[in-house]
Design a protein around this ligand. Structure first.
Ligand code: SAM
Length: 244
């Protein structure tokens, strides 16, 4: 049996034809994830087939919201990357990306650095810190063509953490699961306040991923006012635009 078969088949449906070398990188990533997971809590999903689909293929589904070719200097930041999802799968599949993995937990950031070295990935920077702080640093604020985030916070909180990283004309894609109608409605004012505009909510329609999955696509249409994001913890505690 060949490696990463389920992933290869699913990726094909996304229009991605993964090479043997790319599949070998996914295999190493899987082995490292499972090995480190015995020492630290990185993921509850560890079974070979499940990781291929629920982590790797799900991460790659972000390509449904991209318009290839990506072009020179296309830069991506993954906010709250955890074990590297969706950032690392996207970098393996699209090696031309310039990638920043932002993660608040030092142990997880150490894992990300280890994976970067193990996979020999170029143009990947791991930043250990909170989005609320890093988004105020000149080297990161409004610097990225694309911002992605998966399973980090509710949308009203997330847009305050993510949109400040988007360059004007850039885009933020939040990966979401389940019924998100209320969550999106609750985020409407927050999106506007941080300089965003909701472009589309795209369904991810792959039989390999059973539950409803969505890409919430937000365009950066105006600079984010300097006061955002607020101090660490405040975007989650008091989401923007909440009426009470
Ligand atoms: N994106 C990964 C995934 O889909 O598997 C990780 C999801 S995990 C539930 C959320 C991660 O976001 C954690 O690793 C946490 O440390 C990180 N995180 C949460 N808030 C953050 C913040 N304000 N700045 C940076 N990282 C943050």
């Amino acid at each position: 049996m060949s490696i990463m078969e389920k992933l290869a088949a699913g990726a094909g449906k996304l229009g991605l034809s993964l090479t043997g070398q790319q599949l070998a990188q996914f295999e190493i990533y899987y082995q490292e994830l499972v090995a480190y997971n015995q020492r630290m809590n990185l993921t509850a999903i560890t079974e070979y087939e499940e990781v291929q689909l629920k982590h790797f293929l799900d991460s790659l589904s972000v390509v449904l919201a991209l318009e290839p070719p990506l072009g020179e200097g296309f830069s991506l930041i993954d906010v709250g990357s955890g074990a590297g999802l969706p950032g690392i799968p996207l970098k393996i599949a699209l090696p031309e990306l310039k990638l920043v993995l932002l993660e608040a937990t030092a142990k997880k950031a150490a894992f990300l650095r280890h994976v970067k070295d193990k996979l020999g990935l170029d143009e990947v920077e791991v930043v250990c810190g909170r989005a609320e702080d890093i988004a105020h640093e000149a080297g990161y604020r409004e610097q990225f063509t694309l911002v992605v985030s998966r399973a980090v916070a509710r949308l009203a909180t997330l847009v305050e953490l993510a949109l400040p990283f988007c360059a004007p004309g850039g885009r933020f894609i939040a990966q979401k699961k389940g019924d998100i109608t209320r969550e999106v409605a609750d985020a409407a004012r927050a999106i506007e306040l941080v300089g965003g505009e909701l472009r589309e909510i795209k369904g991810v329609d792959l039989e390999e991923l059973a539950d409803a999955r969505w890409l919430v696509i937000i365009d950066k249409v105006a600079p984010t006012p300097q006061q955002y994001p607020r101090r660490p913890g405040i975007p989650a505690k008091r989401p923007l635009g909440r009426s009470i």
